[in-house]
Design a protein around this ligand. Structure first.
Ligand code: HEC
Length: 106
């Protein structure tokens, strides 16, 4: 019985780790595919396009101090030269992207 409980917990732990990994992965893939041309692969905006548009470093305190709702709103509805992704990405995809943006914090 004890072994069974252990085995169950191990499977559960694996499932949790695996599911959060695959979530982070899809946010990272989306970012590389849709956002990196302006924001750079690391979100710092050090691309010709990013410099031209004067994007802020997405990992900076200025950007990270905004709430998830604010960031979701910017990605969904756009802001200035930032294109809107409403209709191009699902709410879940935008949610994954916002989670990914949090991993860029430095
Ligand atoms: C065509 C270039 C371009 C692309 C592609 C782009 N962005 Fe942006 N993004 C911008 C610009 C320019 C701004 C600054 C807007 C402003 O403050 O006027 C910005 C701002 C932002 C901000 C707010 C940062 C701040 O200064 O508060 C977030 C968050 C963001 N972008 C996320 C994303 C995500 C996620 C994607 C991909 C789905 C993406 N962007 C794709 C150009 C782009």
């Amino acid at each position: 019985m004890k072994n069974l409980t252990k085995a169950f917990l191990a499977v559960l732990a694996f499932a949790v780790v695996f599911s959060t990994c695959s979530l982070a992965q899809s946010g990272a893939d989306l970012f590389k595919g849709k956002c990196a041309m302006c924001h750079g692969p690391d979100g710092k905006g050090e691309t010709p396009m990013g410099k031209n548009l004067k994007v802020r470093d997405l990992g900076s305190a200025d950007v990270q101090s905004q709430s998830d709702a604010d960031l979701t709103n910017i990605v969904t509805n756009g802001k200035g030269k930032m294109p809107k992704y409403d209709g191009k990405l699902t709410k879940d995809q935008i949610g994954d992207l916002v989670k990914y943006l949090r991993t860029l914090k430095h």
